[in-house]
Design a protein around this ligand. Structure first.
Ligand code: FAD
Ligand code: UDP
Length: 364
């Protein structure tokens, strides 16, 4: 069948758009992905031992946007889940983000809420303006906590010093004077009951949507033109890197199954800011609630080369992105949306929201 739209990338951005265009506007959509599966980086599956894992690292759904939550709820039921993380410093595990318990355990104190606030006030190094991720952390918790929890993790994750990254990176992490040890405080926090992949399958289950996997845009683009294209891959690749390469940070995922182990660690994710080449270990059964005699974990090793996972928020990169964005605006018949195409450090819900906006715009 002839198609009205070509959509490149079957992650959140591409799948939401395919669903909207097909279901709301009765458009015929060809959705391609160069990978062998749908779901983009949120793809999950059962490993060889039958434990549900996320191939591209832990994906925890959280949002304050009711519209996004309601929209996705058409395609999945949910399992309530609030993510907890602990950070290992000098061999001990502490609640992370830093809260009052972190302070009390780390320094052998018995601070109450006002005491914790006074503590941060005493140790913080005020910065004005707050431009970099180093500024953010020093300005709120001071040097010792910065060096114990943030400095080396950030160097490992990005290959950059926090002073070389924009404020928004470290600003993702709150600082608390109470004892709330949840990683997120959003209104809606839940995991798709049967996994992300099943949710994507339900979204794409429509006679107007044809999904072709293992297909690279470069091959399709040579074959002919579509009246409209939605592109969700790296924006610099679309333009053949004509202004130079946009940096994206990559990761290597080391998955491991541990037989006859009900629990490997106390919470979903344990961060290792100062030890090891990996940044964190996630144990999936915490996230999914699956019952199994064994357990499966993943370690994340940051690296410069490989699949693009993170835009790198630095001023110089954003300026380079602007040059590509200016080209994108002139490219008629193409919509650029998603974490790689918009070069924004988006969470899943933000990508879904951006795709819903793009769908509305396309459909007038
Ligand atoms: P992607 O999921 O990257 O999809 C883009 C797709 O385009 C890919 O499948 C790719 O193969 C395809 N593609 C690219 N180029 C081409 C081409 N030339 N031809 C064909 N196909 C192409 N967000 C959260 O909200 N909570 C979390 O806990 C969370 N954890 C994360 C952990 C890690 C390790 C990472 C890397 C990200 C995490 N995220 C999390 C962010 C989340 O993954 C993204 O926001 C979201 O998946 C982005 O969706 P997208 O559709 O924009 O991009
Ligand atoms: N970060 C840190 N120490 C930690 C956790 C996070 O320094 O223990 C910093 C680091 O720079 C990281 C950023 O905060 O890249 C954002 O962390 P988040 O957990 O949101 O990263 P993501 O899940 O997106 O990889």
């Amino acid at each position: 069948m002839p198609f009205d739209y070509l959509i490149v990338g079957a992650g959140f951005a591409g799948s939401v758009l395919a669903e909207r265009l097909a279901r709301v506007a009765d458009k015929r959509v060809l959705l391609i992905d160069k990978r062998s599966h749908i779901g983009g980086n949120a793809y999950d599956h059962y490993d060889e031992s039958g434990v549900q894992v996320h191939r591209y690292g832990p994906h925890i759904f959280h949002t304050n946007a009711r519209e996004v939550f309601d929209y996705l709820s058409r395609f999945t039921e949910w399992r309530p889940y609030e993510h907890r993380v602990r950070g290992v410093v000098e061999g001990q595990e502490y609640p992370f983000p830093i809260n009052r318990d972190t302070l009390n355990q780390l320094y052998g104190l018995e601070l109450d809420e006002a005491g914790a606030a006074a503590f941060f006030e005493r140790v913080r190094e005020p910065r004005d303006p707050v431009r970099t991720s180093e500024d953010v952390v020093l300005n709120s918790v001071g040097r010792d906590l910065y060096e114990k929890f943030f400095l080396h993790y950030t160097r490992k994750q990005w290959g950059l010093d926090p002073s070389e990254l924009k404020a928004g990176v470290a600003a993702r992490i709150p600082v608390r004077t109470d004892t709330d040890d949840r990683y997120f405080t959003d209104t809606f926090q839940a995991m798709p009951q049967h996994g992300y992949t099943r949710m994507f399958e339900a979204m794409l289950d429509h006679p107007n949507i044809r999904v072709e996997l293992g297909v690279d845009f470069e091959d399709v683009r040579r074959r002919g033109t579509f009246a409209h294209t939605v592109y969700t891959g790296p924006i610099d690749a679309y333009f053949a890197h004509c202004h130079g390469r946009l940096p994206y940070r990559s990761l290597r995922f080391e998955h491991e199954h541990l037989p006859d182990t009900l629990r490997y660690q106390s919470v979903g994710t344990v961060n290792y800011p100062n030890d090891h080449a990996y940044t964190r270990i996630t144990e999936f059964k915490h996230l999914t609630g699956q019952q199994h005699a064994g357990t499966s974990i993943v370690r994340e090793y940051p690296q410069a080369d490989g699949d693009p996972y993170y835009p790198v928020p630095r001023t110089e990169n954003e300026l380079l992105f602007k040059r590509y964005e200016a080209m994108a605006e002139k490219e008629s018949g193409v919509t650029f949306v998603g974490r790689l195409a918009q070069y924004r450090y988006y969470n899943m819900d933000q990508v879904a929201a951006a795709a819903l906006v793009a769908a509305r715009r396309l459909l007038g």
